[in-house]
Design a protein around this ligand. Structure first.
Ligand SMILES: [Zn+2]
Length: 420
């Protein structure tokens, strides 16, 4: 009897200990769930300064898109509106649009800061980015060939730092040609382009355990991604003009195209076989343009850009008999329309708001080094100081000098002028 009672007590003790352990586990689990919780109630940030608003919202891990506009009722940098109502449940990664005031229009300040949305925009033309040091080549400043069409990865990094430090911020080519220039107050747009679909534009070294491509850090996209992390305000983007060989990595080509589109890059048309439009007839012109559009369509649907980079920059004038077929034509029973075409140029283009802007015949700047001569990078950016596009930070309004009033395209009505 005594012995069985002791046994019962031991059993009770064991059950008690188990209960305690069970409660501790439950408690820890609950605590853990609370800690990892991704749901919050939306707070009010309207009327707050944008810096304070961002601080308050930092724990929410939302995808915040901030746009600026002039508003005389709100002080500069004050949040005017938020797209999610107060009290609504929000989760990590939810999109939140904030509109922030630029204050009331201060023409003296616009003049002082040289805001000029009729200024020029550089469209930089690159080809290959080779995994080499500048000292590995016998040419100037990281040029890998005599004409600097191919550059070292070291010089490409320097170029990107240079553009950033000069106050240039990247915009998509398709946004530029449509007059959608979303660049902060006081900064200037720049467009980056690559021709020929070189393997070193985006070299894939393998796939990770989830099947995602692993990109060589010393290929062009590897470097661009490095800058994306380094400077979140750089809006890193570029457009790649490809031929039917795409990026010469048959096993990864499809994944590469999809990755580019998903990661803020663009893909455009450089003809089927890098064809010279001055040496073929109109039927062949439609074949080499139309084929590339159909091919891109078969991989990424309509996500490609309807923009052609003219191989060899040819033809040199729009009067050429084939030109209209570059812009419009039929291939394999399907019609295509080209929205814009790029030449091999030598100087920055005019603002998209300029009435002389012609997106079907755009000039580019060759991104190379020639000791500040012959329209190299240093030459182009030095000249830009005389007349560069400088944004007012408001996408809707176009701020120009009064003396430029006759240059603006009449379709734009939201124009603010200031006296010099
Ligand atoms: Zn080319």
């Amino acid at each position: 009897m005594k012995r069985s009672k002791r046994k019962l007590n031991v059993l009770k003790l064991i059950i008690f200990i188990f209960c305690i352990l069970f409660l501790i586990i439950i408690f820890k689990l609950l605590l853990g769930i609370k800690k990892n919780s991704t749901s919050h109630e939306m707070i009010n940030v309207v009327n707050k300064n944008i810096t304070e608003a961002n601080e308050l919202l930092s724990k929410y891990k939302m995808d915040i898109n901030t746009t600026y506009k002039y508003d005389s009722d709100y002080d500069k940098d004050t949040v005017i509106s938020q797209s999610i109502d107060v009290g609504k449940i929000v989760n990590d990664g939810d999109k939140l649009d904030l509109v922030v005031s630029l204050g009331k229009i201060d023409k003296e300040k616009l003049k002082k800061d040289g805001i000029n949305e009729l200024g020029k925009v550089p469209i930089m033309m690159y080809h290959g980015i080779e995994d080499k040091l500048d000292s590995d080549t016998k040419y100037t400043g990281g040029n890998v060939d005599k004409d600097g069409y191919n550059r070292t990865v070291e010089s490409f990094r320097k170029d990107l730092e240079f553009y950033y430090n000069k106050g240039y911020r990247m915009v998509k080519l398709s946004d530029y040609i449509n007059g959608k220039i979303d660049v902060e107050y006081g900064y200037s747009p720049i467009v980056i382009t690559f021709d020929d679909g070189k393997e070193n534009n985006i070299r894939v070294t393998g796939l990770d355990s989830d099947g995602n491509i692993i990109i060589d850090k010393n290929s062009a996209v590897g470097v661009l991604e490095e800058f994306k992390k380094k400077y979140p305000d750089y809006n890193v983007t570029a457009i790649f003009f490809v031929n039917q060989g795409l990026f010469s990595q048959p096993e990864y080509n499809e994944k590469i195209l999809k990755w580019l589109i998903d990661n803020n890059y663009e893909v455009g048309n450089h003809t089927k076989n890098h064809d010279n439009f001055s040496k073929i007839d109109s039927n062949k012109t439609q074949e080499v343009v139309g084929y590339m559009y159909s091919y891109l369509d078969s991989i990424i649907g309509d996500k490609y850009s309807k923009i052609v980079a003219l191989p060899f920059g040819s033809p040199y004038n729009k009067g050429h008999a084939n030109y209209k077929f570059i812009l419009n034509g039929t291939y394999d029973g399907k019609e295509y329309q080209t929205e814009a075409a790029l030449r091999v140029g030598w100087e920055p283009e005019v603002s998209p708001f300029n009435k002389e802007f012609d997106k079907t015949f755009l000039k580019r700047c060759r991104a190379y080094d020639n000791n500040g001569k012959d329209f190299d990078i240093a030459y182009v950016f030095k000249n830009l100081e005389k007349n560069r596009y400088i944004s007012d930070g408001d996408k809707e309004k176009i701020v120009i000098k009064k003396s430029d009033n006759t240059k603006i395209n009449d379709v734009y009505t939201n124009v603010i002028t200031y006296e010099e």
